[in-house]
Design a protein around this ligand. Structure first.
Ligand code: NCD
Length: 335
């Protein structure tokens, strides 16, 4: 790959090592791959210190005073973008939210030229969401030594901060990840959330990981950890599950929608409902990364029920992003 040529889907290098500084500390966050149990646990412990209960004032610090964080979202986002923005501000950083529709990337400027332009304005961390595979790692290979790259959603490949907030939410509710039965249900094939969550769950010692989907939307071999059980039957997937995570069908990533189940048929076969949750463990929790399609992948009243931790996931998203931002910027400062 030439230095100015962005990767395509056939030449994506593994970013696991790239995200660590020579001293082993996390300098970028690109993927859950390559992070061990201790590193993930440390990030979760740190995230927990930034969690405030509903009704309490948000946790704030001046840890990133004088630092600048740029949010570059080349794909739509509500939760991830807003939580990175709030996380950086609650740590005292200056935040640049670039409006991509008016950015010069639309005029043909390469992503690297755009990064170099912003580096010249002394940006310390770039938060990047892009539909292209390998883009966060590609930028990380070409940035200055004092800059960090945070992957906020990469094609269908990786969404590491979502995985961390999911792990934090499970840990808060179940006290552990080890030994749990976790079912992830929906469009596994196109879900970066499923991939990153699966990697984190396996590293943290999940008891049983079930990836449940229609056959057309099942994980391609080699894209999920070997320990995952690929299932097409929802009833089997939900049996005694401690954690059930519903996913949206990623229509924007599916080239040909022929053969994809219609809404009613999908809900009837793969929708998570109160009735179906009776198969799961009595104290099972229901998760969803959002945005949710009520009545398609999840019954609306279940999403608002006592077993749902969906709002908690959103709240934890800010805490996790505060932990990540302060970790990587601190690594750059202390190398
Ligand atoms: C997810 C994403 O963008 O990958 N949303 C999120 O970040 N909370 C899931 C989705 O879009 O369905």
């Amino acid at each position: 790959m030439s230095p100015t040529e962005p990767p395509n889907s056939t030449n994506i290098p593994d970013d696991g090592d790239l995200q660590l500084a020579p001293n082993g500390q996390l300098r970028h966050l690109l993927t859950m791959r390559g992070l061990d149990r201790e590193q993930i646990t440390e990030l979760l412990d740190r995230s927990q210190t930034f969690v405030s209960e509903p009704g309490q004032a948000a946790v704030r610090s001046r840890a990133l005073q004088g630092k600048t964080v740029a949010n570059l979202f080349f794909e739509p986002s509500t939760r991830t973008r807003a939580s990175f923005d709030l996380a950086a501000k609650r740590l005292g950083a200056d935040v640049l939210n670039l409006d991509v529709n008016t950015s010069s990337r639309k005029k043909g400027e390469s992503i690297l030229d755009m990064i170099y332009t912003l580096e010249a304005m002394q940006v310390d961390a770039f938060v990047v969401r892009d539909a292209g595979s390998g883009i966060p790692g590609y930028i990380a290979r070409h940035t200055n030594d004092n800059v960090s790259i945070l992957n906020a959603g990469e094609s269908d490949i990786s969404h590491p901060t979502q995985a961390l907030l999911d792990m934090l939410t499970i840990r808060q509710n179940k006290g552990r990840i080890e030994g749990l039965k976790v079912a992830i249900v929906g469009d596994i094939a196109h879900s970066r959330v499923a991939r990153s969550a699966s990697e984190a769950l396996v590293t943290l010692g999940v008891g049983e990981l079930r990836l449940v989907s229609p056959p057309d939307l099942a994980a391609e071999p080699g894209t999920v950890p070997d320990q995952a059980r690929i299932l097409y039957n929802l009833e089997e997937g939900l049996q005694d599950a401690d954690v059930v995570m519903a996913l949206r069908i990623q229509r924007e990533r599916i080239g040909n929608l022929d053969g994809i189940l219609g809404i009613d048929e999908y809900f009837a076969t793969y929708g998570i409902s109160h009735e179906r949750m009776k198969l799961a463990a009595p104290d099972a929790i229901v998760m969803h990364p959002g945005p949710m399609n009520r009545g398609i992948e999840i019954e609306s009243t279940l999403a608002d029920s006592a077993s749902s931790v969906i709002t908690k996931q959103v709240r934890n998203g800010v805490a996790v992003r505060m932990a990540i931002l302060s970790t990587v910027i601190n690594t750059v400062d202390t190398r």
